[in-house]
Design a protein around this ligand. Structure first.
Ligand code: PEP
Ligand code: MN
Length: 346
């Protein structure tokens, strides 16, 4: 990929001149229109691009090759943070986004009760798995479409947009019908057929880091989604597998500043899966906010001891409410904020 940085005053004609020149040569184009200047990504076999010729074309300021294996995801291609709206919330801006809810949708009453409690405590988006990627085939696999229907009912009642996992390409249209954000689980980070499918869907995506994935591999997975023109992708750090056993995973706090440097995509922290134990979730959530995360996704359950999955790492609503207050204080200390959600109408 070559990045063509246009002059700040380049005309529409000059921009389309570059685009048709590249398209005629069989290259794909990705446009990034910033407030100051337009950047045109020319994607294809770099070796056949004549850089000097391109640099002499009218309106072009400079041409830079992107050497990293991820291109559209890179800061070189798009220097400014990606921001997009989900419901009334902007993700990737000054305000942090808080997603909360149970690991799994277990019943209609469970998800409705938890949704109201999360909303009351300050959550912006409701999480809940209907299709569950369980390590054992004998564990609870989720409620499937019935679970999606209960999530949609919870959204209707609380006004909170919903995020839920999709595990296979054939189910993307169904899950996208219900969900505001599609979650790609850690176990599917390199399921390329699934990445293509969610890319094509043009639906917002939360891409979890694979259990043993390099940040570079994770960004290349994001690239699969972005390559379909789907720009609404969030990166979610959920811990990686290390030799340590007192925690379920090792939350890689480093990933937050590393991603902030390498990519313009919003970064979300998942301290629930990152630690595996509720008593560590609060510390790691606060650390993530201090480190520059754009939001968090947290598991909350009214009765964690009865949860059908991940009860050990689920916060009770009261603790979650206190954590939201702490997050706000830390966010403000680092120049961010946590918007207070409107109260649920009685
Ligand atoms: C989940 O969010 O409940 C989940 C299964 O997460 P992960 O894919 O990170 O393990
Ligand atoms: Mn879980």
């Amino acid at each position: 990929m070559m990045i063509v940085v246009m002059q700040p005053n380049a005309s529409m004609q000059e921009k389309s001149g570059i685009i048709s020149w590249a398209e005629d040569l069989g290259f794909k184009i990705h446009l990034s229109t910033g407030s100051e200047r337009t950047i045109i990504g020319v994607i294809g076999d770099d070796r056949v691009i004549n850089r000097e010729q391109l640099e002499r074309m009218s309106g072009v300021e400079r041409v830079v090759p992107v050497l990293k294996p991820f291109k559209i995801a890179s800061r070189e291609f798009k220097p400014n943070d990606t921001q997009f709206s989900i419901g009334n919330h902007v993700i990737g801006g000054k305000d942090l986004i808080i997603m909360a809810g149970p690991c799994s949708v277990e019943s209609r009453s469970q998800i409705l009760e938890t949704a109201h409690a999360c909303k009351e405590a300050g959550a912006h988006i409701l999480r809940g798995g209907a299709f569950k990627p369980r390590s054992s085939p004998y564990s609870f696999q989720g409620m499937g479409e019935e679970g999606l229907k209960y999530l949609a009912e919870a959204r209707e009642q609380t006004g909170m947009p919903i995020i839920t996992e999709v595990m296979e390409p054939s189910l993307v249209p169904l899950v996208a019908e219900y969900a505001d954000i599609l979650q790609i689980g850690a176990r599917n980070m390199q399921n390329y057929a699934l990445l293509h499918a969610v890319g094509e869907s043009q639906h917002p995506v939360l891409l979890k880091r694979g259990m043993s994935s390099l940040i570079e591999e994770w960004l290349m997975s994001a690239e699969y989604i972005l390559s379909h023109g789907n720009t609404r992708v969030m990166m979610c750090e959920r811990g990686i597998r290390t030799f340590e056993r007192y925690t379920r995973n090792t939350f890689d706090i480093n990933a937050i500043p590393v991603l902030k440097q390498l990519t313009h995509l919003p970064v979300i922290a998942d301290p629930s899966h990152g630690t595996g134990k509720w008593e560590y979730v609060e510390s790691v959530t606060k650390a993530s906010v201090a480190a520059g995360a754009d939001g968090v996704i947290l598991e909350v359950h009214p009765r964690p001891e009865e949860a059908m999955s991940d009860g050990r790492q689920s916060l009770k609503p009261e603790r979650f409410a206190q954590l939201v207050r702490d997050m706000k204080a830390i966010a403000q200390a680092v120049g961010r904020d946590v918007p207070v959600a409107e109260r649920v109408p009685a």
